[in-house]
Design a protein around this ligand. Structure first.
Ligand SMILES: [Zn+2]
Length: 348
């Protein structure tokens, strides 16, 4: 299928909201990791979201170029073409863009999509996250709303965040000295987000924080309060009527308790970001290959190693792709999106 257009993407997200499931949003930094996500979605007949961060884009462009926009374009181009060969819907997204990277990452990518839409093509990316959660809420919204308006004109969805996600991911958001209360978005803030984002005729996703942390952590180190998400949904309904709702995003899905994940699905989470666990699955397979085959990978004691079974990068990178795809499949199962593809269904 071609990459999801605006109507398809909206229908995907609304279907997930109505039926209490969510899509994994898989961070990728190369063709190989993108292929792992695609393979998992295809095998499980699940639609899904693939996302690129500023650091991922820079990495993908290569050490000689080192351009986060160019890398994000290259990965997206690859996925546009590869997805055509599959029978599931995929949407492309960019992850955390802090305010100081808006002009150097997000806006150039929006411009690229504007050019494509002017030529009658789909936007390059279907959604972008603007993470101004480090700013006071009103400043966050003052920055986010005009960009949202611009994106909405070409059928793009914006994701914003209020409250800080703990931990660290590509330098995004929180840190060890993040005050504990800022890890939890208040219902009052959620009401304000709904009010301001309602100024634009478009669709958005909202990362409200409920104690979630990027990265993986030992059991008990993180106190998730999924009920906060329900309180936020209830608060906007009480204020703006029964039709009011948020499409919510769960950051820092790696290492989370399955019961907590399932609870969030009941409160309107429709996208969960999974990065760290996929990174580990990918690297674990490579470590396994190197430790188990070191005499094939290396030329030891005057021997020549083994090109075919040892050091041809395709051998271990393929194993890594398969291992990462397995972890993406686990995410699809956790999020209950297995078999839920809308590809083939009439999209109004
Ligand atoms: Zn995140």
């Amino acid at each position: 299928m071609p990459i999801a257009d605006y109507n398809t993407y909206c229908k995907m997200l609304e279907n997930a909201f109505e039926n209490n499931f969510a899509y994994p949003a898989i961070n990728v930094t190369s063709e190989i990791t993108a292929n792992a996500a695609l393979a998992a979605f295809q095998e499980l007949k699940s639609d899904g979201i693939i996302q690129v961060s500023t650091g991922g884009g820079k990495f993908a462009s290569g050490t000689a170029v080192g351009d986060m926009v160019l890398g994000a374009i290259s990965i997206a181009e690859h996925i546009h073409r590869a997805a055509e060969k599959l029978d599931i819907n995929v949407a492309l997204h960019t992850d955390h863009c802090p305010p100081n990277a808006v002009d150097t990452f997000m806006i150039p990518l929006i411009e690229e999509s504007e050019r494509r839409v002017a030529e009658g093509k789909l936007p390059l990316y279907q959604s972008h996250m603007l993470d101004a959660s480090g700013l006071p809420l009103e400043e966050n919204l003052d920055l986010s709303v005009p960009i949202y308006e611009r994106m909405a004109k070409i059928g793009q969805i914006i994701e914003i965040e209020a409250g800080v996600v703990g931990g660290e991911e590509d330098g995004a958001a929180g840190s060890d000295d993040t005050p504990a209360e800022s890890l939890y978005t208040t219902p009052e803030d959620m009401v304000r987000v709904y009010e301001r984002m309602g100024e634009v005729d478009g669709k958005y996703m909202f990362a409200a924080t409920f104690g979630n942390v990027h990265g993986t952590y030992k059991p008990g180190a993180v106190k998730l309060r999924p009920k906060l998400l329900k309180e936020g949904q209830d608060a906007i309904k009480a204020r703006f009527g029964d039709d009011a709702k948020f499409w919510l995003v769960f950051h820092g899905g790696s290492g989370s308790d399955k019961a907590d994940i399932h609870e969030t699905l009941d409160y309107g989470v429709i996208k969960m970001n999974v990065d760290t666990d996929c990174q580990y699955a990918f690297s674990r397979a490579i470590a396994d290959h190197f430790f188990s085959n070191y005499d094939k990978v290396l030329m030891i004691d005057g021997e020549v190693g083994d090109k075919k079974k040892g050091y041809d990068p395709r051998v271990y990178l393929k194993a890594a792709e398969v291992a990462m795809a397995d972890r993406v499949k686990e995410a699809c199962e956790d999020l209950r999106c297995v078999g839920k593809t809308l590809a083939g269904a009439a999209v109004a």
